[in-house]
Design a protein. Structure first.
Length: 284
């Protein structure tokens, strides 16, 4: 199947990044948000990212202008009806996602492929809201989307070979490296990463080391570009907590259970960089 027009549900950090890389790589792209204000904010984020790419010499001005011309924003789900591929990147809420996919299923063509950028929910459960389980898969990008090379292509027991082949080719066309993952909560990366991050919080709780020494140990001892507590602040403690809760519900294994300290920090509004304070403090 040839993908020409891409729809993106959600213009937040991930959605705007996905829309940007699609528009930059030749796809007519329409991004949908729930309000004009959020749509404008998402487009503004994309325009800022494109401008930075030009300033850094990674993109020429004519390509920036062409990418912007291929991008449009809307508040109407109906405006995604003509899309060949729709990628969902809304809040990590099962019912909200299923409601959107059910609506899309009614208005999009029979050949359209639906994907979710979820990092923890199972794709099979999302696909159950539609009549196209064979054309439904996970397409999990990483933040920041314009920079990170990896995309997890997630296959359910019902996803067709043709759909997977189309999505692998699509990911490569965006300059990404696709890996194939089974439809288990967390897929490959978060199944390995989330327990590691939670263990770092437990180590801090138990006094194994200070926040600085835990991060420095993993940066200098294991060559990680960012220590686990810094990474938690970057990803968002609330985001990680929500993902861990979903994965613990799926697997019922202690390694996926959020530690008490993480829960307390989330309840206190210490989400990390986005709130100005997490394990570290950040200026405005």
């Amino acid at each position: 199947m040839k993908v020409k027009r891409v729809g993106v549900l959600g213009a937040g950090l991930m959605g705007s990044g996905i829309a940007e890389v699609c528009a930059r790589n030749g796809y007519e792209t329409v991004v949908r948000e729930v309000s004009d204000a959020l749509a404008a904010k998402g487009v503004g984020r994309i325009e800022s990212s494109l401008a930075k790419a030009v300033d850094r010499g990674k993109l020429v001005a004519t390509d920036r202008d062409a990418a912007r011309a291929r991008l449009s924003a809307t508040t109407k789900v109906d405006d995604l009806a003509a899309c060949d591929l729709v990628v969902e990147a809304v809040v990590e809420n099962l019912e909200a996602k299923k409601e959107l996919f059910a609506e899309l299923d009614r208005i999009c063509g029979d050949s359209a492929i639906f994907c979710s950028n979820t990092s923890s929910l199972t794709i099979t459960e999302l696909s159950a809201a539609t009549r196209r389980p064979d054309r439904f898969a996970g397409l999990h990008f990483f933040n920041p989307v314009p920079v990170m090379k990896l995309v997890e292509v997630v296959r359910t027991i019902a996803t067709s070979d043709e759909t997977i082949a189309t999505l692998v080719d699509f990911a490569k066309s965006l300059g990404k490296e696709p890996v194939l993952a089974k439809d288990n909560s967390g897929f490959i990366v978060n199944r390995l990463l989330v327990p590691y991050l939670l263990d770092a919080v437990r180590a801090l709780e138990e006094g194994v080391g200070t926040r600085e020494d835990i991060d420095k140990g993993m940066e200098l001892g294991c060559g990680h570009p960012m220590g686990p507590l810094k990474l938690l602040d970057f990803v968002g403690l609330d985001t990680t907590y929500a993902i861990a809760e979903i994965m613990f519900t799926e697997y019922r294994e202690k390694r996926f259970a959020p530690p008490p300290l993480l829960k307390r920090m989330v309840l206190a509004g210490r989400y990390g960089r986005k709130s100005g304070r997490g394990f570290y403090e950040y200026g405005s």
